[in-house]
Structure formats: structure tokens, C-alpha cells
Design a protein around this ligand. Structure first.
Ligand SMILES: [Mn+2]
Length: 496
């Protein structure tokens, strides 16, 4: 009887214990589950990869594409992760595998497996056999050493162009080493054929980006629940990356940026070592990578749980700019229209606050607007694809000027990430940064005039970044589950 009583107690406590463990579960509803079965790229998704290979083959006009999953050696310190072009065209994540596409051969799609050794059987587990690989990944044939080496020699001597991953700088050496001779083959970059395909995302790619975004949103929400003064930035980083892994994400898609106080104003701060203080902002720019597709979301939160009045002013200005930018994201508009819309809101707001004295001064604008607000997103965090202009092209203009960039199409995914950063020594750095664009007296007068206002915002860095899919009639914000309204963030952070 006594024992039974004890059990009843525990049963009565259960709902309460549950509520304690996950304080935010009631306030959020992020649709993400722990189920990696959506990553199975053999059979289920092979049709998609086959279609991509067929498109490349149709563009080849007599030639070869040689792709390598990766060199295991170069990944000594890190987990294996397939190279983007290789994975995009094969869906295979086995190290040291080669794929060859050719419209010259009768077998259009050949896979070559790394040598099967006693060591590989012991250290890496028995590799799949040639027959298994052929069936799983739809290859026309599978070669093993040394057949592959001698065939490589033939390919390099054939005189046909050979497309390689130009971003893999050791690949030419490795291929020539395998072929056993240095042939002056005509190497070209596979990006010439594939980058435009990668710009328009298909449904599987969108599905992966959406899951990467949902996992990242979950991580950001957990930080909002856990963040307090006295904790270290790396504790938040650990929570973020632990959350990624707990949902089956292989790794972060790029180094996590978790910067508090003065570090929030450093665009690519990655040390994440500082102890957070009351009154700091915490800027996080992070992304889970799921099935080789990465999210890229930035959120800025008050470490104490409540924005100060000056922090609120800057945060709301950046949020308004971001919203104006996202509204412009629809087919037919231009890639940089979002950036231009955000810039206009920011410049108006900064002028109103007394932080810009001349709305048409290019250097005053460049003092605050540090980078274009958009880049493509996909397998690479700064994904491939022409944006219709260069970085400097997008930075060299003032509101009202027209600017040409690429027209948006359904299936494109790009970030919108305006920010404002008031560096500790920002005003002192003016002569160094803009000495060639303005007289020193002009710079000094500007610094003196805005100094009292700038002072209020010193060490405030705010970036808000979302991942936007262009749809047939507008856009879908893939990172919509990451809270970003002031009231929303403060409500999550208030919960005990
Ligand atoms: Mn970004």
C-alpha cells in the first residue's frame, strides 16, 4: 500500500515535471521531428538525381565530367561531408567515390569505388560491393581499381574537355596522379553547367532547407529560453549545435556566430568566448545543415530578456527594413530590390535619429550599410549563381539611383539580412575608412555632430536574417518559426 502511494505521487507529479523540463513547449509550435528517414537518397530520390545528370549530359556536347565525393585525408579533423557538385548529381555520400558522366561513352554514368582493403574493412566497415552500389544509385557501370585508373588515362588523353569541380584545388593533381601521367587535358569548371541548375530549387531541396530552418529555429528558441547574464557565449553555441545534432543535422553549415555586447558589432565574430552581461545584446547568425543544405538565420536578443529603449529603437528599425525587403521578394522583381528597400528604410531611420546628416552622402550611408542584404542560399551558405552584379556594384549607389540585378524566379532561395552595427570605436575609424572619399574636416564635423547620439548606441549590433523562397505568386519565409518580434522574444525570455 505504501509503495502504491508512492507511485501515485509520482504520477501526480508527472505533468508538472514535464512542464518544468520544457518551459517553451507551449509557446512554440515548430514542426520538426527526429526522423532522418527523409535523407535516404538511394532508390527513393534517385529519379531526381538521374534527371539532373541527364540535363548535364544534354549540355555536354562531347566531353567528360569527373566528380569526386571528397578526399578522406583532407577531412582528417572533421566528419566526411560530400562535395556539393558530386552530391548534387549523385546523391551519394560515400567517401573517395568518383562519378564520371560522359556523352562520348556508351555508359553515360560510371561510378568508381575506392580500393577495398583489409584496412578499410576494419576501420570503415565493409564497403558496399560494386553490384550493390550499381543497383542502389542507378549507375550504368561500376569500376574498381585498377580499371578506373587506366580508364582515367584514356579520358585525359582523349582531347575532349573534362569538367571538374574548380573549387576543389587538389582535384587536378589527384586525378593526374591516379591516371599516372600529366596530360595537358582541357579542364573546365563544372559550375559552368550546373550552377544555373542549382539556383532554382526543386521540391526535395526546399524540403531539406525547410527542415534545416526549422531545426535552426528550434535552436534559437532554446537559446531565448536559456540565455541569462553571467553565462558564456560558448554555452549558447553548445546549446545551438547540440540542438542541431539532436535533430539529425550533420553539422553547422558554417561557423556559428554567437556574439554579445561589443562582439555583436563584429560581422563574423566566431570565437564565442565572452561572458555575457546584463544589458548586452546577443547576436546569433547560425545554420543547421541537413542533407547538405544549410539554413542561415540571424536573430538578436537582449541577454537580460528585455530590450533597453535604445536597443528597441535600433532593433525595430532593422526589423522594419527587413519587412520592407521581404515584401519585395516576388517573381519579376530584381534580386537587389530587397536590399534597396531595406536601405531606404534604414537611411530614413538613421537620418531621423540624427546619425546621418546628409542622406545623399555615399560614405555616410556606407558607414552604416556594410554589405548587400541578400545572397543565394542552398548547399553552400553563399550559394552559387549569378546575382547580376558584384558586391561593389551593389554597394556603390545611394537611395533613388536605379540599379540592375537579376530578375527573381520561383524556386530561388535567398537571404534577407539587414543589420546595423555601432562599433565601439566606429567614429574614430572614420578617417581610416573614408579618408579617400571625404575631407578630413568633413569627417571630423560629422563625427562631432552625431557623437552624442552614436554614444547611446555604442556596442549595439543588430542583424535579423531570414531565408526566403520565391514562389509563383510571392514568397515563403522558410525561417518563419524563428521568433523575431520584440514582444515575442521578450515573452519567451520571461518564462521561468
Ligand atoms: Mn547570410
Amino acid at each position: 500500500m505504501r509503495r502504491l502511494n508512492r507511485y501515485i505521487w509520482v504520477l501526480m507529479l508527472l505533468p508538472w515535471l514535464n512542464g518544468c523540463r520544457e518551459p517553451g513547449t507551449l509557446s512554440r509550435n515548430i514542426p520538426v521531428g527526429i526522423d532522418p528517414s527523409d535523407l535516404q537518397d538511394d532508390r527513393t530520390h534517385q529519379g531526381i538525381y538521374m534527371e539532373r545528370r541527364d540535363r548535364v549530359l544534354s549540355m555536354l556536347d562531347k566531353g567528360y565530367v569527373i566528380l569526386c565525393a571528397s578526399d578522406r585525408e583532407s577531412h582528417n579533423r572533421h566528419e566526411f561531408r560530400p562535395n556539393n557538385y558530386f552530391y548534387y548529381l549523385t546523391g551519394i555520400d560515400m567517401p573517395e567515390t568518383f562519378a564520371v558522366l560522359s556523352d562520348v561513352e556508351t555508359d553515360h554514368y560510371t561510378l568508381a569505388l575506392p580500393p577495398r582493403t583489409i584496412r578499410s574493412m576494419i576501420y570503415e566497415g565493409a564497403p558496399a560491393s560494386a553490384e550493390e552500389v550499381k543497383a542502389r544509385f542507378g549507375a550504368d557501370r561500376v569500376l574498381e581499381d585498377p580499371d578506373f585508373r587506366s580508364w582515367l588515362t584514356e579520358i585525359l588523353s582523349s582531347g575532349y574537355p573534362v569538367y571538374l569541380d574548380g573549387s576543389d584545388h587538389s582535384l587536378v593533381d589527384r586525378i593526374q596522379h591516379l591516371a599516372g601521367k600529366e596530360v595537358p587535358a582541357q579542364f573546365r569548371h563544372i559550375g559552368e553547367l550546373v550552377d544555373e541548375m542549382r539556383v532554382i530549387k526543386g521540391s526535395l531541396e526546399v524540403q531539406r532547407l525547410q527542415k534545416a530552418c526549422n531545426i535552426t529555429a528550434e535552436a534559437l528558441t532554446r537559446v531565448m529560453e536559456a540565455c541569462t547574464p553571467g553565462k558564456y557565449e560558448f554555452e549558447m553555441e553548445a546549446l545551438i549545435e547540440g540542438t542541431f545534432r539532436s535533430y539529425g543535422a550533420a553539422m553547422p553549415g558554417f561557423a556559428s556566430i554567437v556574439g554579445s555586447g561589443p562582439n555583436s558589432t563584429i560581422l563574423h565574430y566566431e570565437q564565442n568566448m565572452r561572458k555575457m552581461e546584463d544589458g548586452d545584446l546577443l547576436l546569433m547568425d547560425i545554420g543547421a545543415e541537413y542533407g547538405c543544405y544549410t539554413a542561415d538565420i540571424s536573430r538578436t536578443i537582449p541577454v537580460s530578456g528585455k530590450f533597453s529603449a535604445p536597443q528597441k529603437t535600433i532593433y525595430q528599425l532593422v526589423l522594419d527594413a527587413q519587412r520592407a525587403a521581404i515584401e519585395r521578394m516576388k517573381p519579376g522583381n530584381m534580386f537587389m530590390d530587397g536590399h534597396l528597400a531595406a536601405k531606404e528604410v534604414l537611411v530614413d531611420g538613421l537620418a531621423e535619429l540624427g546619425l546621418i546628416t546628409d542622406r545623399h552622402s555615399p560614405w555616410q550611408i556606407k558607414f552604416y550599410i556594410l554589405y548587400p542584404s541578400s545572397h543565394f542560399l542552398g548547399m553552400d551558405v553563399h550559394d552559387v549563381g549569378e546575382m547580376g552584379g558584384s558586391f561593389s556594384h551593389f554597394m556603390q549607389h545611394t537611395p533613388g539611383d536605379s540599379i540592375i540585378s537579376r530578375v527573381l524566379e520561383p524556386g530561388m532561395v535567398l537571404t534577407i539580412e539587414p543589420g546595423l552595427y555601432f562599433r565601439e570605436r566606429g567614429l574614430e575609424q572614420l578617417p581610416e575608412i573614408f579618408g579617400s572619399e571625404a575631407d578630413s574636416s568633413e569627417l571630423a564635423a560629422f563625427a562631432e555632430q552625431i557623437s552624442p547620439v552614436y554614444e547611446q548606441y555604442r556596442n549595439t549590433g543588430v542583424r535579423i536574417e531570414d531565408d526566403i523562397l520565391i514562389t509563383a505568386d510571392g514568397n515563403l519565409n522558410l525561417s518563419r518559426y524563428a521568433p523575431r518580434e520584440i514582444a515575442e522574444i521578450e515573452a519567451i525570455m520571461k518564462q521561468e
